[in-house]
Every structure is written in structure tokens, then in C-alpha cells.
Design a protein around this ligand. Sequence first.
Ligand code: ADP
Length: 545
Amino acid sequence: MHGLMMDDPLIITRMIEHAARYHGSAEIVSRSVEGPIHRYTYADAYGRVKQLGNALQSLGVQLGDRVATFAWNGYRHYELYFAISGVGAVCHAINPRLFAEQLIYIINHAEDRFIFLDLTFVPLLEAIKDHLPKVEGYVIMTDAEHMPETTLPNVHCYEDLLAAEPDQIEWPEFDERTASSMCYTSGTTGNPKGALYSHRSTYLHTMFVVGADVFNINNAAVLFPAAPMFHVYAWGIPYASTMVGAKLVLPGAAYDGASVYELLDQEKVTMAVGVPTIWMMLLDHVKKEGKSFPHLEATGIGGSAVPLSMTETFEDDYDVRVYHAWGMTEMSPVGTTAQFNARVAGLPTEERRGFQKMQGRTVCGVQMKILGEDGQELPRDGVAFGEVAVRGPWIISSYYDNEDASKSQFTEDGWFLTGDVATLDAEGHMQIVDRSKDVIKSGGEWISSIDLENAAVGHPGVMEAAVIGMPHPKWDERPLLVVVKADGADAAKDDIITFLGDKVAKWWLPDDVVFVDELPHTATGKIAKLALREQFKDYTLPTAS
Ligand code: ADP
């Protein structure tokens, strides 16, 4: 028997319609690519979203078509999120930091019909345009005054397209399971794989993200997504701000410490989310300049593990609460957040910190279990570790048009295999040990590169640290620590090893420490372990000869 409730579809456009109607004067502030700060309201934004929806239809965009964006965090990109999905097409935000071959692969695989691009990306697309036979036109996201000379074919000016259209529209009606948007993983191995989100999954994920067990966002918040809008939709923050009508502050293309701080301070941001690398630059700037965070109440940090030293600096020195979060492109992306349950909230700070090191707590919406190498479920005892498997309404059920990857990353009964190795305890706390491909296997036991890296960056002379497994004749693999020194610091190998001595098990201590000027990063700002392993392929550990 079905319940007798309305099957009112969960459609993304509803969020912005609501924001424009009931929070019409709340602001969206962007650092524009052209330079100046741009400021308008949800009511203004929705008017333009409707014009853009009309413009897309005038270009011939239809239900199910893919429309790509190459854009920073700015108001025009925000408009595209809602207008493309609103007309029933698929917003395909592309990470411009990927290699040219990957970009070509992604655009052709998704069969994008149009590409909307910020001025910054004109040269990038000019360089690959001849390899994109299916792209019918390019829209440069600027006004007539700033339109560049370009060799791109069928070019339109964004503001001119909008100006030609009315600000009223009848949005087409469709099922809530209609595809709304997509994102490709950065493809550290093999070709990138596409996650295809739906209106329903995005709506439900947004409700999850604003919820008290995740980022706890309400109308009084001022939100700052430092996570790029081309990387899993800035972790859903632009949707979340819209759902609750909170002020949204977008950093444009400027992610350096000074620019980020300027916006946080001037716009009185209360909640900012991003990867540890961004906060490392920000904290460095704030320390050097002797500044503080008078408005910032919390940061959501994820994408890679948050070192305890970063949590301590934010909380103890600046009174900013850290929400450690974990997720991935395939999960829309948020899976867990280290929001305390009642018991943990009542513990002394030192004990609570142990929980903040973890990636978060399983809350209703994402089902999670860990599997041993034989595929059997392991106990939720906080000790056993295995591959994290998940299920839920905002987790992919297969990759877009990629049968091989879809076969290998799902269990027979439909759980998605994340590739992350973790422990899980009886209260749902999950702690990542490593990515399955990065874990170091020493004498049949596992060493967590993440734990070692996090302990190492706690040393004042260490700016950034990466640990990789190096071949070893006796132990199979042993850890090598690669360090970028902090500005002006004089950290020595023995000094760092001694520092680690009481933080990790003795047999985990790296066999060597090597200093480098910089570490390679992936397109999403994480340490590129694959590239690092390649860089050190001819290196031999002193203990291995
Ligand atoms: P990619 O890095 O390949 O672009 P994602 O951005 O989707 O893909 O990254 C997802 C991966 O990032 C996760 O599978 C996990 O390994 C890692 N990750 C995300 N958040 C955390 C975290 N808080 N701690 C440790 N690892 C994390």
C-alpha cells in the first residue's frame, strides 16, 4: 500500500525560487574575474537565472543536454548552476586544473554541447578546441566591454545573451530523478569517471549538508566556499546557502591567504569550507600579520585529512570551531562530518580532539560498513580496518557511461566501494587509515601515511609533509617522509624523527626524511602521491642497501 502523500518533486529550481521570495534581500557577494567585488541579492540572482534559462533555450539546449562550465567561484557560475538544471539540462562543472588530455576526454565523453567559460580560461580552451568536435558554441562569462579577441568558434557574450531575454520563464516540468549536474573524478589512475547527480539527490544532499549533524547552517550564517565550484559543486555550499537564504560570499579566482582573509573579514563570514591547503595559506597569513578572526565561527575542512595541529590552531588560538568532513565526488560529496554526539560533546577538550582527528560520524542518510579483503563485513569496534563501503540517496549507483569502472567499484548487492581504508566504531565514528593505494605495507602490517603526515606537520619547522612507501628488501615497503620546510625554518632529519617518536608506533618511524622545495599537487589541491612516487622512483632508502 502506498502512502497518501503528494509526490511533489524535489527540484533544484525550488531552492532559488524560495530564496528569492523569502530571502530576496540576502546577498551574494563575489570577487569577479574582471577585478571588482560584485554584490547583488537572491532576488536579483533569480531574475538573471530566469533570463539565462531563456537564453539556454534560445541556444537550443534541451532536456538532458550537457552544458559545461569552466569557471571560478562567482555569481555567473552560480547562475549557471540553477539555470542549466532548471531547463532540465545537465550542468557539467569541469575542473580546469586537469591536464589537457583529461579535459578533452571529459568534454567528449560527456558530449557537452556548449561551454561557458570565465575570461581566464579562453587560452586554455583555444588550445584544445580543435579536439572538441561536438561542442557547438562557447559563451564567455563577461560583458561586451571585456570580450576578448578569440579564435574560439561560435562565441557568445554572456551578458549580451542575458540582456536579450525576459526575466520570466515557465520552467519545464520533469521527474525529480532527472539528471541535474555532473562531475568527473580527477582520475589519478586511468581516465576520469563521471558522477551524474539528479535533482532529487542534490536536494536531499543539500538538506543533509545544512543539517545540525553536518555543517549546521541557518539563515543567519554567512557562507564562504573556498572549495572550488568546479570541484563537486563546492561541496554543495551554493545550494545550501540558497536553501536557507544565507548570505553567500564567493572568492573568485583568488585563493591566497591575503585575498581570502580580506573577504572573510569584510563580509563577516561565519562559516568557511575548503581543503587543508587553503587554510594552511590562510593561517600562515593571519599569523604573519598578527590578525584574528572576529566573525568566523566555524570551518568545514575535508578533501584530505585535517592535521590535529590545524584544528588546535583554529580552535585554541582563534576560537574557530573545526568540522572535519569526509566525502568524494561519487558521494555528492559529503559522507561524514566530525560533529560531536552528546557523549563526546561532554568530554574534556583533549579527549574530544581524538574525535576531531577522525573523519566524522555516520549519520542517517549514508549507510556505511567496512569490508575485509575477503569482502566480509568487519566489526564496528574502532580497531578493525577495511575498505569503506557506502549506500545512500546521494551516492552514485554507477558511473556515467563506464561499465568497467562501475563493475569494479560496486559490490554485487549494490554498495559503492570508496577505495578508502578506515576503522568504524560502535557510535559510527569513522577514521580513515589511508587510501587503499597509498597505505604502506611493512612486514605484512599496514602503516598509515596519513597519520605520519599529520604528525609531521605538527613540527613547527614543517610546512607540508608527504609519506610514501619505498621498496625494502626485508620489510617489503618502508615509509619515506618528504618535507617542505616552513619559511626560514631549519628542521633537520633527526629532529623530525625525534619529534615523531612519541606520536606514532616506533616501527612506523620513517626510514628517511628528504627535504624538497615543493610537493606535487593534484588538480584538487591534494598531494599527488602518484607523481611523488614517480619523482622518487630511483631513490633507495639508506636502510635498503
Ligand atoms: P579526487 O581527489 O580523486 O578528485 P575526490 O575529491 O572525490 O576525488 O576525493 C575523494 C577522496 O579524498 C576520498 O576518497 C578520500 O581518499 C579523500 N578524502 C576526502 N576527505 C578526506 C578526509 N577528511 N580525510 C582523509 N581523506 C579524505
